[in-house]
Design a protein around this ligand. Structure first.
Ligand code: CMC
Length: 428
């Protein structure tokens, strides 16, 4: 394999190094290109640009492979706990028994949020979107822990911030839901495990006992694992780029939450269920909705279809589809929305437009149906994605800091007006 690439422009040839990853992916290192040739590369949406070298997640879109630190997603989703996967992503190796016990203990100890933060929740209108609340609350945590704002980070202080984030995000998420319901907030119960505790804070009431259903706990554990990292996606790249300015970890994660909110990224799970409901209420004419999705003059897209990287299938969607069937069966739920989803998937996968463009159901297509079965309201779906993605964001941030990566600052090709003189307002 060649170790250099030749770049030729205006009759000049330049040799550029080729970088090869552990899975034999190749990239041309263009760092020196501008200095030697005056050229930059142009790639809107970074569709073909590697922003970093990373050892966290391997993804092969053509073959539907996803591995965290080398471990196949199928094995982790089947056998691991979410906190085990969080440890793996953040610290690089599966934890020993002792390491997991100490990690879990530390997370469990930090689940409370400062009592003063309750007032912030109460100031939001009942219809406030929980993602807006979550982004603000995560950033607000930095004001309660000012030591976390020091860019000269020592390892223990960073670990404490990481543990606080993982511990407090379920409390913040559940409280944003309770706020919307105008129900009393439930304090964390540290005898429960991570997923049980979240469900307890969401669905428990001070007036009655609540024991989470193990089927629901299991499904939630799997969903969080499936969402835990996805290499340099929009929100992870956002976290890395915000963190590269040495903004603190809370602020960087808050930016990731905001990036995830959009319907083209994590917000798709809410959009999918709203779309399926709309199709159902409209009489279920799938051909009509497929035609709308194909019409370039119509802004409608089939939510939950297509992916920047996966062009054959999304391995997470495959696992979720099965989990979805299991959960609905175990909970005895017969959801007509699932029938619409299955039919829509079939029709789309046979349609030339979707086949030609490699548009397959993604992770968000089925996750909304499971969340619905678990009684989680649709505005909370993207919050669930954020709970799952948190360890991935943290791992990406930590890697960027440990590798001493420079501040993220892309270039551009300017296409605006050339120099002109200011004209006073009465002469315009
Ligand atoms: N429905 C109809 N047409 C689509 C769709 C769709 N869902 N997705 C892509 N296309 C078409 C698009 O119009 C374009 O057609 P053409 O080549 O004729 O111009 C072609 O497919 C390529 O699309 P693109 O927008 O250039 O692809 P992208 O890689 O920039 O976008 C995407 C990827 C996920 C943003 C896009 O497929 C999409 O908007 N999907 C719906 C939203 C969604 O489900 N997002 C969740 C992604 S998975 C969760 C996550 O990891 O964030």
């Amino acid at each position: 394999m060649s170790e250099t690439a030749i770049f030729e422009i205006n009759g000049e040839r330049y040799e550029l190094p080729v970088i090869t990853g552990t899975e034999n992916e190749q990239g041309i290192d263009i760092k020196a290109l501008r200095a030697v040739s005056g050229c930059i590369t142009l790639d809107p949406g970074f569709k073909n640009t590697g922003s970093t070298k990373s050892a966290i997640t391997f993804l092969d879109g053509e073959n539907g492979i996803l591995r965290y630190r080398g471990y196949p997603i199928e094995q982790l989703a089947e056998k691991a706990s979410f906190l085990e996967v969080a440890f793996l992503l953040i610290y690089g190796e599966l934890p020993s028994k002792e390491e997991l016990a100490s990690f879990t203990n530390s997370i469990t100890k930090h689940t409370l949020v400062h009592e003063d933060m309750k007032q912030f929740f109460e100031a939001y209108p009942p219809k406030a979107h929980p993602m807006g609340i979550l982004a603000s609350m995560v950033c607000s945590l930095s004001t309660f822990y000012p030591e976390s704002q020091n860019p000269n980070r020592d390892k223990d202080a960073v670990d404490l911030t990481i543990h606080r984030l993982i511990a407090k995000i379920p409390t913040l998420a559940a409280w944003s839901y309770k706020n919307a319901m105008r129900h009393p907030f439930m304090y964390p119960k540290n005898t429960f495990n991570y997923c049980e505790n979240f469900l307890y804070m969401m669905f428990g009431m001070p007036t009655e006992d609540y024991t989470p259903d193990p089927v629901v706990v299991d499904a939630l554990n799997k969903l969080l694992i499936l969402h835990a990292d996805h290499e340099q996606n929009c929100s992870a790249s956002t976290v890395r780029i915000v963190g590269s300015s040495q903004a603190n970890l809370y602020a960087s994660i808050s930016a990731g939450v905001s990036a995830l909110w959009g319907p083209l990224h994590g917000g798709a799970n809410q959009a999918v269920i709203e779309m399926l409901t709309k199709i159902q209420e409209d009489g279920g004419d799938l051909d009509k909705w497929i035609a709308k999705a194909k019409d370039k003059n119509d802004p409608f897209r089939l939510m939950g279809f297509g992916h920047r990287v996966y062009k054959n299938f999304d391995p997470r969607a495959k696992i979720i589809k099965k989990a979805c069937d299991d959960v609905l069966e175990k909970l005895g739920i017969n959801d007509p929305i699932l029938e619409i989803a299955k039919k829509l998937e079939k029709v789309a996968l046979e349609d030339e437009y979707f086949v030609k463009r490699g548009l397959y159901p993604n992770v968000d297509f089925y996750s909304g149906i499971i969340y619905k079965a678990l009684n989680i309201p649709s505005e909370m779906f993207t919050v669930m994605f954020a709970l799952g993605r948190l360890p991935g964001w943290i791992a990406q941030w930590k890697e960027m800091i440990e590798n001493n990566e420079p501040i993220g600052r892309p270039r551009q090709i300017y296409t605006g007006a050339t120099e002109r003189d200011y004209v006073s307002i009465d002469k315009r």
